[in-house]
Design a protein around this ligand. Structure first.
Ligand code: EPZ
Length: 430
């Protein structure tokens, strides 16, 4: 099994190209199930989760063509992929496919809207929390679907004549349930108003793409989204927005190691709250014509408290990385996780590098230390594993991160991007 080997201590200097966002690409790909025309997505990152979703969509009948020519964008390469679902050949999403990636459960929305039925395996729990699906069931029921759980599957059936527009307010903000409601309501009869909708940039990106396909969605980016149902959607060409989590991760890496890095092809406004926390920690963060420049030359890392929250709050997907940064601060900081109940698995691994962190309920107290020392550590989930990479870059000596398949789910060409900025990082196979 592959490991990442890091020799820490080098500052990062140079340019890091930011890839298309995984969490935007996945729902956008799923939206291809809504039309018999071709949906072309540009700037699709090359990640294990994207490849897995291609297999799942293929199972439903989506024909997928990846552009042979790689689209050059400065130093980075992004892919243009064409998705065509002339006919849905299977409305069942089986356990062995859905269990590998929670987002694949989201096919339930388009399958129900287009075919009037879907049988989708429950995704089950996952490392960062129980992650139930009650909000999906309630939302789709409000659109008129009959939802029944049977043998680990959800059987969903639309009423005769299709889903019906509704007013529904989520009791809790959910990114995935908002994606699914938007996709299902796009082809419903009449108007749907979603209250307490997620405002994440990835929700906005999906709404923009659906509108390009002929949907009538407004209010995306606010907590009330209105969808006037249409009878059919067409193909479109859409560019996946930059990955704000990858952006924030590298910004935190530079804040931790010191140096001067320009993150290219990204947009500071996708992650204002996180960038503000990085500034308060002592790094300079400025917008450039093509992205963001992060500088920390000398000057220590200051302690900063953060609480994760739905967008525009501090993202849970950057919590582990920020904790990595705080392990080297000059004082005591607190990080509170409000989205997932079990998203602190990086704590014990960071401790192996010498970090001093104690947990009390959903809050971690981090007492900054002068030095971290390299050690073998284990990746437990995607964002936790990259926090270990960041900490390893700032630690003295050698750190090896095992179970790197977690990293491959969400970080495109991580070693190459870091090595180009002066880090000593390599992948080793046993
Ligand atoms: C998306 O997951 C992201 N995944 C996650 O990123 C991200 O951490 C999360 O949003 C929050 O920002 C993708 O976009 C593919 P939620 P999602 O539904 O949609 C609870 C990563 O590392 N909930 O917004 O699954 C849920 O348990 C991943 O890239 C219910 O209670 O998250 C959680 O506590 C990890 N019932 C909260 O809502 C439901 O039916 C928010 O989850 C659904 C969710």
């Amino acid at each position: 099994m592959d490991r990442i080997r890091i020799i820490g201590g080098n500052p990062l200097n140079g340019i890091i190209p930011i890839s298309g966002a995984k969490n935007a690409a996945l729902p956008l790909m799923i939206a291809s199930l809504l039309t018999s025309d071709t949906l072309t997505l540009e700037n699709v990152p090359h990640l294990a989760d994207v490849e897995q979703l291609m297999r799942i969509l293929g199972n439903h009948g989506v024909d997928i063509a990846v552009n042979g020519r790689r689209e050059s964008q400065g130093e980075t390469y992004s892919r243009t992929i064409h998705f065509t679902c002339r006919t849905v050949v299977d409305t069942t999403a089986p356990y062995d496919l859905v269990s590998k990636m929670r987002a694949s459960f989201w096919v339930i929305g388009p399958l129900l809207a287009r075919e009037g039925q879907a049988r989708v395996s429950l995704p089950g729990g996952c490392a960062i929390g129980t992650r139930p699906v009650d909000l999906f069931i309630e939302g789709l029921t409000a659109l008129g679907a009959e939802m029944e759980i049977d043998g680990g599957y959800i059987n969903a059936k639309a009423p005769k004549g299709g889903l019906v527009g509704t007013r529904y307010t989520f009791p809790k903000v959910s990114v995935g349930a908002t994606h699914v409601m938007m996709m299902a309501a796009a082809l419903a009869r009449g108007t749907t108003v979603i209250g307490n909708a997620a405002r994440e940039p990835e929700v906005v990106d999906l709404a923009n793409c659906l509108n390009a396909m002929g949907a009538k969605i407004s209010g995306h980016g606010t907590s009330t989204i209105t969808i006037e149902g249409v009878t059919s959607l067409s193909g479109a060409r859409h560019r996946v927005l930059p990955d704000r989590i990858e952006t924030g991760t590298y910004a935190m890496a530079v804040a931790m190691t010191g140096g001067d890095v320009t993150l290219e092809g990204t947009n500071a406004h996708l992650l204002d709250t996180a960038l503000e926390a990085i500034r308060r920690a002592g790094a300079e963060v400025t917008e450039t014509a093509s992205g963001i420049r992060v500088v920390r030359n000398g000057g220590g890392i200051k302690p900063v408290d953060v609480v994760t929250d739905p967008y525009p709050g501090f993202p849970t997907d950057l919590q582990a990385q920020f904790m990595g940064l705080m392990t080297r601060s000059s004082g005591v900081s607190h990080i509170t996780e409000t989205i997932f109940e079990n998203r602190f698995m990086h704590v014990q691994e960071l401790a192996r590098l010498g970090a001093r962190i104690s947990l009390s309920g959903q809050t971690a107290k981090i007492e900054g230390v002068q030095k971290l020392r390299g050690a073998p550590v284990m990746a437990t989930d995607l964002r936790a594993s990259v926090s270990l990479v960041i900490a390893g870059l700032a630690a003295e000596g050698e750190t090896t991160v095992s179970r790197v398949y977690h990293l491959d789910r969400g970080f495109e060409r991580l070693e190459e991007k870091l090595t180009n900025c002066g880090a000593t990082v390599e992948r080793v196979s046993d």
